[in-house]
Design a protein around this ligand. Structure first.
Ligand SMILES: C[S@@+](CC[C@H](N)C(=O)[O-])C[C@H]1O[C@@H](n2cnc3c(N)ncnc32)[C@H](O)[C@@H]1O
Length: 259
């Protein structure tokens, strides 16, 4: 079993490289992630928003409003340093989402109106501590929004085939899909030329959603953004997802705590 000490070491080591690539959100985030989260999130003046696995803080910068209280949590101090450097007006703290001890402290500072977890769940070997605590951290009617590389159209393909073997087997609008139905661990590159491969934990969509349903959360939005339908496309024509415009590379879900 890969534990989070191992995944943390990788994120510590690639933090500076990742920040340089992502900046205030790369083309993928700007095309497929930010617009959807901005449409789904219900932010009001005076509210408290927690961004779990905040990386260099790009999502917080995208959503920022001075009337809202943001807190970003990540276990990579190299990425948190970049988050603080780029966003000195927001609070960022070190914390491991797979560690139960993180959540008591966050609970004492809640309840939270909105909890975000963007492109992180697939990095976590164990989702139990996170899923068991989401409801406890949220106010009633509060929301939890996650985005993730699409477990069907992106994860197995992207991680194991495109970058690892350097082959583009997704071409001409066709995806050859392998290994969807089992939860499994991959090591691979999240971005081309990434200097160190990182760990990814693939879960079929049903398994992933059940993790949160079992905690009483109710799914209120399920988004599979497809290039064709989006208002802005920041991708270059060479980008894999420009070639696969019929397929959603990300899945974005919103849940509510109803009791
Ligand atoms: C793909 S990046 C996404 C970062 C940011 N949310 C974004 O969308 O740009 C994954 C982030 O999750 C963080 N992460 C992964 N596993 C974590 C864990 N167990 N606890 C805290 N942070 C974690 C990594 O350090 C990294 O910043």
């Amino acid at each position: 079993m890969i534990d989070s000490k191992i995944t943390q070491t990788v994120w510590e080591n690639i933090g500076v490289w990742w920040d340089d690539k992502v900046g205030d959100g790369d083309a993928f985030h700007r095309t497929f992630i930010f617009p959807i989260i901005k449409r789904l999130i219900e932010i009001e003046k005076g509210q408290k928003i927690l961004d779990l696995g905040c990386g260099n803080g790009s999502l917080i910068r995208e959503l920022y409003s001075e009337n809202v209280d943001f807190l970003g949590i990540d276990f990579s101090s190299s990425l948190l340093d970049k988050a603080k450097e780029r966003t000195p007006h927001v609070q960022f703290e070190l914390g491991d989402l797979t560690d139960d001890n993180l959540y008591q402290n966050l609970k004492n500072r809640g309840p939270w109106d909105s909890i975000l977890c963007s492109m992180v769940l697939h990095d976590c070997p164990d989702l139990k501590p996170l899923s068991e605590n989401i409801s406890r951290l949220l106010r009633i009617d509060g929301e939890f929004i996650f985005s993730i590389p699409h477990p069907c159209f992106n994860m197995p393909l992207y991680m194991s085939l495109v970058h690892k073997d350097g082959k583009l087997i997704a071409d001409g609008g066709t995806i050859t899909l392998t290994g969807y139905s089992q939860s499994q661990h991959f090591v691979g590159k999240g971005k081309p030329n990434q200097p160190i491969e990182h760990h990814n934990f693939h879960r079929p969509i049903g398994t992933l959603l059940k993790t949160f349903f079992d905690q009483g959360l109710v799914l209120t939005a399920y988004e599979e953004p497809v290039l064709r339908d989006l208002e802005h496309n920041y991708l270059t024509p060479e980008n894999l997802w420009s070639k696969l415009s019929e397929f959603p590379p990300a899945l974005i879900c919103k849940f509510k705590r109803i009791k």
